[in-house]
Ligand binder design. Structure first.
Ligand SMILES: [Zn+2]
Length: 64
């Protein structure tokens, strides 16, 4: 079936869409390390964390 093969093809190309890195200059709100790339558009009213601090935070409980 055309639909089936189309789905399979798009799946085999990658399970997730390519990440678009946002370039800029920020500092991690936790450890203060310089951040030059983010995998998402940073929100101005929220602290920005580096990858390490993100994973640390995600290890803990997810809090708002
Ligand atoms: Zn950090």
């Amino acid at each position: 079936m055309a639909f089936n093969s189309f789905n399979r093809d798009s799946r085999s190309r990658g399970n997730f869409p390519p990440r678009q890195m946002v370039k800029g200059s920020w500092n991690c709100a936790d450890c203060g390390v310089e951040i030059t790339e983010l995998p998402f558009e940073p929100a101005q009213d929220r602290p920005i964390y580096c990858r390490e601090c993100w994973s640390k935070k995600r290890d803990k409980r997810f809090e708002r």
